[in-house]
Design a protein around this ligand. Structure first.
Ligand SMILES: Cc1cc2nc3c(=O)[nH]c(=O)nc-3n(C[C@H](O)[C@H](O)[C@H](O)COP(=O)(O)OP(=O)(O)OC[C@H]3O[C@@H](n4cnc5c(N)ncnc54)[C@H](O)[C@@H]3O)c2cc1C
Length: 260
């Protein structure tokens, strides 16, 4: 077992230089068990990346904002987003885990990643102050392996947002979950973004269903597209037939709620 070096930089520049020889340490809830596999950890807690900014149309969440802090901000952020932080992990973990860490490690059963997709979230990284859609980052095979520092997440503030999940117990991770957000577009119009989770390496956007609804598809037609998206989503936790059926039911229910 080799020794582990600990660094606590004060600036982004210093952090990026240190990332040549180590990995970022945020809440440590996922990294700590793997600490023997890394040469050095770079603690992000002095970088002042823990700011939450809620504007009229946008929300910016610093990378080291804790999941519990987001849950506590439920009067400012969409309640459904706060709720997915509660569903993400138990209190002890939420008190330490950060949104940046969740983005780096979350899989398809992550309620928070599902919610963030429905908010069309972008990941802001250094070097370069780059902004990349979360969806693209998750899609790419090496999207989360590249040695980049996440500094924040930016997302649209929706007019309305709803989230529901089906799991084996209320506190368990979802077998199927759906987040639907209605966003204001130009000329008083609005459009809907939907994300489906509960299976695989990452949650997915229901783009075909969004497009169909835009063209006036019925709820029944939308539900068929949601079912199709999970028609192969079988694993040890649930069969594909079960997940597909539940995806259709949730789609009908949440679209009815969002569209009134
Ligand atoms: C007992 C226990 C129960 C858990 N239960 C659940 C659960 O129910 N559901 C669930 O989804 N997860 C669970 N987890 C996993 C873990 O809590 C989450 O993955 C958590 O969101 C990780 O966040 P963190 O801030 O602690 O990240 P860390 O552990 O600090 O880091 C995780 C990874 O992300 C990288 N990273 C962190 N921040 C950044 C950044 N800003 N930029 C670039 N890279 C970064 C690190 O280098 C590391 O590779 C559990 C963990 C434990 C120990």
């Amino acid at each position: 077992m080799g020794s582990l070096n600990y660094h606590r930089p004060k600036t982004i520049k210093e952090t990026l230089a240190l990332m040549e020889k180590g990995v970022p340490l945020a809440g440590g809830t996922a990294l700590t068990p793997q600490r023997y596999d890394v040469a050095a950890v770079i603690d992000l807690q002095d970088l002042k990346l823990d700011e939450l900014k809620v504007g009229k149309s946008k929300i910016r969440i610093g990378a080291t904002v804790k999941l519990q802090a987001l849950l506590k901000a439920q009067e400012e952020i969409p309640q459904a987003l706060a709720h997915t932080c509660r569903q993400e992990a138990a209190l002890n973990i939420r008190n330490a885990a950060t949104i940046g860490g969740a983005v780096m490690t979350g899989d398809g059963r992550s309620p928070l990643l599902t919610a963030l997709l429905s908010l069309d979230a972008s990941v802001i990284t250094e070097p370069g102050n780059n902004s990349e859609p979360l969806e693209k980052m998750l899609e790419k095979r090496d999207g989360r392996r590249k040695p980049r520092l996440i500094v924040a997440l930016e997302m649209m503030r929706p007019k309305r947002m709803v989230y529901e999940q089906v799991s084996r117990s209320p506190a368990d991770r979802p077998l199927v979950c759906l987040a639907v957000a209605e966003h204001l577009a130009s000329k008083g119009k609005s459009h809907v973004i939907a994300a489906l989770g509960g299976y695989g390496e990452r949650p997915i956007r229901l783009t075909k269903m969004e497009e169909a609804l835009e063209k006036g598809a019925s709820l029944a037609e939308a539900a068929v597209l949601a079912r199709k998206a999970y028609s192969d989503a079988g694993d040890a936790f649930a069969s594909a037939a079960y997940r597909a059926e539940i995806a259709g039911v949730l789609a009908r229910r949440l679209f009815t709620e969002v569209k009134g």
